[in-house]
Write a protein that binds this ligand. Sequence first.
Ligand SMILES: [Zn+2]
Length: 245
Amino acid sequence: MLIDTHCHIDQYPSPEEVILECERNALRVVAVTNLPSHYAIAAERLRGHKYVSASLGMHPLLAAKGIHELTSFKRMALRTNFVGEIGLDFSRQGRASITVQERVFEGVLSVIQDRPRFITLHSRGAEAVVLEGLRRHGVKAAVFHWFSGSIKTLQNVFAEGHFVSINPSMLSSISGQRVIAQSPRERILIESDGPFTKIEGRVCKPVSVALVYQDLATRWGASVEKVADCIQSNYESIVSKCKTL
Ligand SMILES: [Zn+2]
């Protein structure tokens, strides 16, 4: 079984087609959302789907809007085991909204600290600050999606029991390759981050995670099946701790 732990299915022109393709291929997908109001729609659409799960999000770059949805986030968090995309963005794009982002992220962390969930994090330019937030709230085994911080912070991410998820764009970038090389096999997950990633000019879909599985197989000198077993066991080590709803 292949797993995509971070895909924005609701951002494709035709989400239904993408969902069908995943269900047909038994491809497990964490369908992240950017706001609780988006999650409400996704959760309704995905009800009864075996492989694609809606994930309750609050994207840092939408924090100004999101702050008005914190009450909804709190209410919806009672019923889901999947949280993300959440986090902070201190890159040039997010710099103007740092204060509101921090308020919103703090609110989100105080909600999700109550019990284990599968959590996928955005941390661009704010990796150490995100890590510190998790530490303060006792949030365990979270997944740093598309990590691009320093190797020192990456080591702290692993030392504190967290994971990273690798996407197709990272396979060809210098910083992505460095993250892959420095990550222990038992802390790696795989994501498409579609539709925001491209391979040879084509927008990635959840099925594109196959490329990452193949790449890791080559790097590790292992079969794709062995890589798939490893990723599945990493994924299950997190979800097995989530309360069954
Ligand atoms: Zn994303």
